[in-house]
Design a protein around this ligand. Structure first.
Ligand code: ADP
Ligand code: MG
Length: 260
């Protein structure tokens, strides 16, 4: 039995003469939440796309024990991917509800299960109010959340989410991460996601990957996410301080961004 959900070894990506990623290696086990952090242009999107086989690369990457090349159509149904930006035509002729219902054919899931999951994911994703709206009326961030719910309808084994918090305020961020945590606990889904929010990483991630062309740190946030590492990753203007305790009902502000 393979416990590895995503395995990357000696991975590098070159765009012409430009090296976007070099010598990246890591392992994410089934059921883990792993979060990639790093500044703009660090290669975070490139890494996820290359793992999915959408960008040429050197080295190895496997999802659920297979490389993108080896995966069959049914293997891909076990993998959910929601990109950073999604271009849908403004006149896309479906409502949110219709998109979510049409996304899972009867062959894959019973009507009863479909209904239950629809209720669960649309309420948890805070898209309940949007269900009767046309897709073309939604903001980019709202479309992204709808697509995350749509991906979840299939109950994939692995979800790769590229900056799922675009356009969400801080309260929404917290709810979103609670949602991810809940989904992992209930369904055992493995998550690899990109975030800019170092605070939240400390709270829910089993593993953090600090990326800027190469891996600066990799492991449990409490062990590897030191002030020095974060400064090395983002530059010295990024100040970090730690609170010793977390409020019972609030986010655990282990790390905070401060302007110097
Ligand atoms: P991030 O998601 O961390 O902000 P990206 O992975 O999008 O960063 O990009 C990493 C670097 O690779 C950037 O410098 C970007 O300009 C470059 N890059 C990304 N895609 C391409 C491409 N298709 N061709 C050339 N350069 C690219
Ligand atoms: Mg990106």
């Amino acid at each position: 039995m393979i416990d590895s959900a995503i395995s990357v070894k000696n991975f590098s990506v070159q765009f012409g003469n430009f090296t976007a990623l070099s010598d990246v290696s890591f392992e994410i086990n089934k059921g883990e939440i792993a979060i990639i952090i790093g500044p703009n242009g660090a290669g975070k999107t490139t890494l996820i796309k290359a793992i999915l086989g959408l960008i040429p690369h050197n080295g190895e990457a496997q999802i659920l024990g297979k490389s993108a090349r080896e995966m069959s159509k049914s293997d891909w149904t076990r993998v959910g991917y929601v990109p950073q930006t999604i271009d849908l035509p403004k006149n896309f002729p479906f409502t949110v509800d219709e998109l979510l219902k049409f996304s899972t054919s009867k062959a894959l899931i019973s009507e009863k299960d479909k209904h239950a999951r629809l209720e669960q994911f649309s309420s948890l994703e805070h898209i309940g109010d949007l269900r009767q709206k046309l897709i073309g009326e939604l903001s980019g961030g709202q479309i992204q959340r709808v697509l995350i719910a749509r991906s979840l309808m299939f109950l994939p084994d692995v979800m790769l989410l590229d900056e799922p918090l675009a356009g969400i305020d801080m309260a929404g961020e917290r709810t979103f991460y609670e949602f991810i945590y809940f989904v992992r606990e209930k369904y055992g889904i493995t998550f690899l996601l990109i975030s800019h929010d170092v605070t939240v990483v400390s709270k829910i991630a089993d593993k953090v990957l600090c990326l800027n062309k190469k891996l600066f740190c990799y492991g449990q946030p409490s062990e590897v996410l030191t002030e020095d590492k974060i400064k090395e990753l983002y530059g010295s203007h990024f100040g970090v301080f730690a609170h010793k305790t977390c409020p019972k009902d609030g986010p655990c502000n282990l790390y905070k961004e401060v302007e110097k």
